[in-house]
Design a protein around this ligand. Structure first.
Ligand code: FES
Ligand SMILES: [Fe+2]
Length: 332
């Protein structure tokens, strides 16, 4: 059951961040985006700055992007290389790529100061088929366990990241997620979709914390006909000649940024152009409807509706999980 009070205002967003987004596996990029020692990816995860770095041994390590001196940032958000060490951008403290404080630069003699107690705060990092995920909660189940339902899925093709696109929507992140979780709106919002897939045969299936969508693709479709949504804010959309990872980030109570990472066969230029056209059109259509819904959630006239048992079981599952995160008991 939808709780209208969770879709506006700073307080519910704070709970979403602490209870949902910072306690779940969050996609940060692809391994190929940080190939060499010192290469990093830095992003806000659930509102908290995080950095993933390729270490000297070739593995990945992740930390909060916060210096233990006076909370400076180690690196700017985005991609880059820090070489052999993080050097804080504020006063220059140096940290090894494993998080140890190597040097409190020009600090002076401070009795009792033990650099070993000032290592970076760790964050968990794991990969799945090249996709890099972090988790700010050090105690939750592994990424592999969460993605167990995907074990039998076809491997992601080894195509390069050819494009990133971002879209900003004036809606709560959950408004967008719920839109993603059902195919009920396809005939009204995306009427062209039936030319790509058989909309009448659209299926939504919940397996653990993964919700699969499928529809038989038509012959000329750019789609492969399967989509996987991963709790709480990620989707992997497959195409005939590639795939796209879609991250849904809460930027504010009523602002959501969609980051699309397209991995595609670069030789397929015509298909790539067709895929971008479809992807941009679908996003614009979803943006319009989500922003209209958000406006109505904000006014307070609507206090909750009813969900289709045929089409909206994914939405019901998501709303139940969110309500639990906000303190409601699990259904018996
Ligand atoms: S805040 Fe990092 S060195 Fe001062
Ligand atoms: Fe849609």
């Amino acid at each position: 059951m939808l709780r209208v009070d969770l879709y506006c205002g700073e307080e519910p967003l704070k709970v979403d961040r602490t209870q949902v987004l910072r306690r779940s596996w969050q996609f940060i990029g692809h391994e190929a985006m940080a190939p060499s020692p010192g290469d990093y990816l830095a992003e806000e995860i659930g509102g908290a700055p995080v950095v993933v770095v390729r270490n000297a041994e070739g593995g990945l390590a992740a930390f909060h992007n916060v210096c233990r001196h006076r909370a400076g940032a180690l690196v700017a958000d985005g991609q880059g290389s820090c070489g052999e060490a993080f050097v804080c951008r504020y006063h220059g403290w140096r940290y090894a790529l494993d998080g140890r404080l190597k040097s409190a630069t020009d600090f002076g003699a401070a009795p009792g100061f033990d650099p070993r107690r000032y290592g970076l705060f760790p964050v968990r990092v794991e990969t799945w088929r090249g996709l890099v995920f972090v988790n700010l909660d050090l105690d939750v189940a592994s990424l592999a366990q969460m993605l167990e339902p995907l074990a039998g899925a076809a491997p992601l093709p080894a195509f390069p990241l050819v494009e990133r696109r971002s879209h900003t929507l004036a809606c709560n992140w959950k408004t967008y997620v719920e839109n993603y979780l059902e195919g009920y709106h396809l005939p009204m919002v995306h009427p062209e979709f039936d030319a790509d897939v058989v909309v009448a045969d659209y299926r939504v299936e919940i397996q653990g914390e993964v919700i699969f969508h499928s529809a038989p693709p038509r012959d000329a479709s750019v789609y492969a006909g399967t989509w996987a949504w991963l709790w709480p804010n990620l989707a992997i959309n497959t195409y005939r000649h590639g795939y796209m990872v879609e991250r849904m980030t809460a930027m504010g109570p009523e602002e959501t940024r969609l980051d699309y990472f397209y991995f595609f066969d670069p030789a397929r230029t015509a298909e790539l152009a067709a895929m971008f056209a479809v992807s941009d059109r679908v996003t614009a259509q979803d943006k319009r409807v989500c922003e209209e819904v958000q406006r109505n959630l904000r006014t307070g006239i609507y206090r909750g509706g009813v969900l289709s048992p045929k089409h909206e079981h994914g939405v019901a599952w998501f709303q139940t999980r969110i309500a639990q995160a906000h303190g409601e008991p699990a259904p018996a």
